[in-house]
Design a binder for this molecule. Structure first.
Ligand code: AP5
Ligand code: MG
Length: 216
């Protein structure tokens, strides 16, 4: 099962990807998490990416396509994967089409979590993350449920980076949805409501596709 989670910053992609990873036992490929791991490890890529993420801008298409190409070739992706945060531009979407064809894979479903901008701003300003495993939590939580680490605020959730992130999403990432709409793969889900309620809808969207493929 290959799933693509699509939505604005703060729409709940990471939250739902964690649920899907546990449910289906397939890896969560989150390009933002991968970049933050590079920053934490102090690699050349991390040093290059750090000011870009902090300003809420996008890392170049060439770098991102290279990262995803390498990751999708790893053996744990063979049974399927959950893609989160990529593609974010039309050139990335076109490159991913080519990559999926090369690998003999296709997406079973594109799940679009739709959340209004005011709600995104509210969620991002209160979000806490685990610095060890990158799971995200609403403001009421104090420690990571998975590993007990004290939670922190993400550098790009500071007010000066949140608006630029939404603006670049509207400009560069909204057109990516049209790229997938033509294929009839997109399930639009109203991303407002409890996390559990959204999870039920996300699972229903993912499973509908599986059932259709099995009975076709
Ligand atoms: P990335 O890490 O992908 O960030 P993002 O797309 O901005 O998305 P977020 O992680 O902020 O939000 P989310 O949708 O995962 O929401 P979450 O589940 O945490 O990318 C970061 C940066 O890396 C980019 O800005 C860019 O610089 C760079 N980058 C990454 N990929 C790139 C690419 N392909 N090309 C170029 N650059 C790239 O939820 C948010 C909050 O809401 C949490 O507190 C959560 O608990 C809460 N929440 C979740 N669901 C609900 C609900 N139903 N009700 C109430 N609260 C909820
Ligand atoms: Mg995320």
């Amino acid at each position: 099962m290959n799933l693509l989670l699509y939505g604005a910053p703060g729409s709940g992609k990471g939250t739902q990807a964690n649920m899907l990873r546990s449910h289906f036992g397939i890896p969560h490929i989150a390009t933002g998490d991968m970049l933050r791991a590079e920053i934490q490890a102090g690699t050349d890529l991390g040093r290059q990416a750090q000011p870009i993420l902090a300003a809420g801008k996008y890392v170049s298409d060439d770098i991102m396509i290279g990262i995803v190409r390498h990751r999708l070739g790893e053996p744990d992706c063979a049974p399927g994967f959950i893609m989160d945060g990529f593609p974010r531009t039309v050139p990335q979407a076109e490159a991913l089409d080519g990559l999926m064809t090369e690998l003999g894979k296709r997406f079973d479903r594109v799940i679009y979590l739709q959340v209004p901008v005011e709600e995104l701003l509210h969620r991002l300003s209160g979000r806490l993350v685990c610095p060890a495993c990158q799971r995200t939590y609403p403001p009421v939580t104090t420690a990571c449920e998975a590993d007990g680490s004290p939670l922190v605020q993400r550098e790009d959730d500071k007010p000066e980076a949140v608006r630029p992130r939404i603006e670049i999403y509207l400009e560069k990432t909204v057109p990516v949805l049209d790229h997938y709409r033509g294929g009839g793969l997109v399930s639009e889900i109203d991303g407002r409501g409890t996390i559990e309620d959204i999870s039920r809808q996300v699972l229903a969207a993912a499973n509908v596709r599986v059932v259709k493929r099995q009975t076709a």
